[in-house]
Design a protein around this ligand. Sequence first.
Ligand SMILES: Nc1ncnc2c1ncn2[C@@H]1O[C@H](COP(=O)(O)OP(=O)(O)O)[C@@H](O)[C@H]1O
Ligand SMILES: [Mg+2]
Length: 355
Amino acid sequence: MKKIKLAVIFGGQSSEYPVSLHSTASVLRQIDTKKYEILKVGISQDGKWYTYYGDIDALEHDQWLCADMCKETVLSCSQAYKGFLELEADGTYHHIAVDCILPILHGKNGEDGTIQGLFELSGISYVGCGHMSSAICMDKEMTHIVAEHAGIPCAPYICVYKRDAADLKKVYEDAKAKLGLPIFIKPANAGSSFGISKVDGFEEFAKGMSEAFYHDGKGKVILETTIEGFEIGCAVMGNDVLTIGSVDEIEITNDFFDYEGKYEMVNSHIYCPARIDEELFQKAQKMAADVYRALNCQGMTRVDMFVTPQHTIVFNELNTIPGFTSTSRYPSMMKEIGIEFSDLIDRLIALALEK
Ligand SMILES: Nc1ncnc2c1ncn2[C@@H]1O[C@H](COP(=O)(O)OP(=O)(O)O)[C@@H](O)[C@H]1O
Ligand SMILES: [Mg+2]
């Protein structure tokens, strides 16, 4: 059988760069190399692209970026050269054709539709959501607008642009009146809980707003009513026909599921499947599928929700390129329904090629 030429793209100009390295190492260790001819493409934190010929350990430990293991490269958008152009030291380049791209990039520049637009122009199949749905899922205001339009229950919210936040006291008073206390402050475009805070008074609010604006980069912040209860997630895969994975549950012992909780399991524990009754479990799976459709997702997405003390489900957010280590939530939820890690990768690539 002819091998599929697969470019695995890792790193990226994003605060979630380290997460990408861990996810990529897991994928490279478990992907079936009998089926794929793999080209590893790294994007440095300052946005330079390289083809990488070193081993997986160096990649995982962020020691991949050195001259003897890398060559500068660019993704061609010309249909005359579909694939990558690798630049040689003497100024010449050679063309590397690929059949499919697997981006394992999180957050800004990787999950927000920008690179997906580039993939579209390249004419090469790629794993995951298209550029528009990636952009909408990344932006918490746009996600709210589209999900609410589709009748999905979300937390009450206010969107604040920096240009309208000169009188912060007024913003706070309006938010307190509409949303109640405590208020969740979130950058509209970030991830991994960067720049998020839960606040109860004006001083904390002012500090939280400046943190959130710092992490957003586009001057947009979302304020939300605090949803009581606990968090669950559901893994969804597919283009036209959907495979709905299991539902997991997050147990946290501090204010919210923060960076350390997510990646080092500090003050947090994940149960898969979630310890909820069958009816609620099915409701969560249905909501996940509805959100996936409403946001026009393709390939894969992890849908995060809350279960309230009244046993209702409130949608929180979507992750179009969820964490991909072998213990990450998305692969664990798929494993729970019988889809092992390497099979999951095969299916995601097949979905990309079928688009
Ligand atoms: N409205 C809310 N009510 C209660 N907890 C929230 C709310 N919004 C966010 N959180 C908490 O903050 C965490 C991060 O928020 P989230 O919207 O998922 O942003 P990110 O994109 O950074 O993951 C969530 O996992 C949850 O623990
Ligand atoms: Mg989240």
